[in-house]
Design a protein around this ligand. Structure first.
Ligand SMILES: [Zn+2]
Ligand SMILES: [Zn+2]
Length: 300
């Protein structure tokens, strides 16, 4: 009975772990599908625009940019999930144990600086940033590039969806920006229940609202992580107000996105090897509580 409960619990745990990934995938596919519908069916937005020669080209450019963003989101997310940032398979014993190394009792091994144990992933993670609940996996040294690129294209896709949805929404109402259209955007459910709008106008307002909220949340995440990347900090170091590994903004970007950082964000297939190994880091400032004369640079 106990083993049955144990198996049931582990199955439930596995389903719950992948649930955020499934929900996010459904959201990304739904919003992309809705925006494609807007471009293919609703656009050109004005009847006279349908006569213009550039309308098919306009649609083609929009569709191509949507497919590019959608593909990048899924590809980066897939690579993020498949690239383990943990210490599994990493040879640590040969590394010189020195300043900043600690012992993890759960993994029963010495772990390098910036490495930390994740109790959700049940393993230590190299250059651990945080455990991402939306992906159900840790963000660390090896998959930080894919995490950032995925965030970037989610932000771009949502911003694009917001602009297109709000534009179409206003034209569907054929009234411009009025108190009625603003109220519909702010309180779509109340406007539908009180019979002030049609179901079609409500649907467009609801999707536009979802995109706005999603865009604001993703913007906050993206700008926070871009700031951290420029500062050479992880989320954990930001919490503890430490910045001992900053090498200047250009080198900090290179450490996160690899040697081809200037194009690596455009496509996850572009090879961009990291200059470091996720084990040894150049220390440029003493961590709090450590005297500067005790600071060394590990391998470097
Ligand atoms: Zn551990
Ligand atoms: Zn984790």
């Amino acid at each position: 009975m106990t083993s049955f409960r144990g198996r049931l619990w582990s199955r439930l745990e596995a389903v719950c772990r992948f649930m955020p990934v499934i929900v996010n995938t459904v959201l990304v596919v739904s919003i992309t599908g809705e925006v494609m519908y807007l471009v293919m069916v609703e656009a050109p937005l004005e009847p006279e625009q349908k006569e213009r020669d550039w309308a098919p080209l306009w649609k083609g450019v929009h569709l191509a940019s949507q497919i590019f963003m959608f593909g990048n989101i899924l590809w980066n997310a897939s690579l993020f999930l498949r690239t383990s940032p943990s210490i599994r398979g990493v040879f640590l014993e040969g590394s010189a144990v020195g300043q900043g190394w600690r012992y993890c009792y759960a993994c029963e091994t010495h772990i390098p600086p910036r490495c930390s144990h994740c109790y959700d992933c049940k393993v230590c993670v190299l250059r651990k940033d945080h455990h991402c609940v939306f992906f159900g996996q840790c963000v660390g040294f090896k998959n930080y590039r894919y995490f950032l690129s995925c965030l970037l294209f989610m932000w771009a896709g949502l911003l694009y969806a917001v602009v297109l949805n709000v534009e179409v929404f206003i034209i569907i109402l054929k009234e411009g920006i009025t108190p009625h259209s603003v109220l519909l955007l702010l309180m779509p459910w109340i406007m539908l229940i009180t019979g002030q709008v049609t179901a079609r106008a409500f649907a467009f307002a609801f999707v536009a609202d979802t995109c706005v909220v999603g865009c604001l949340c993703v913007s906050a995440f993206l700008f926070f992580h871009v700031a951290l990347m420029l500062r050479g900090q992880t989320t954990r170091e930001w919490y503890s107000n430490q910045r001992p590994y900053s090498l200047g903004w250009r080198r900090n970007i290179l450490e996160c996105l690899g040697e081809r950082w200037y194009v690596a964000w455009l496509c996850p297939l572009i090879p961009s090897p990291f200059p470091g190994d996720g084990i040894h880091f150049l220390v440029t400032a003493p961590p709090s509580g450590v005297r500067s004369d005790n600071v060394n640079s590990g391998k470097n």
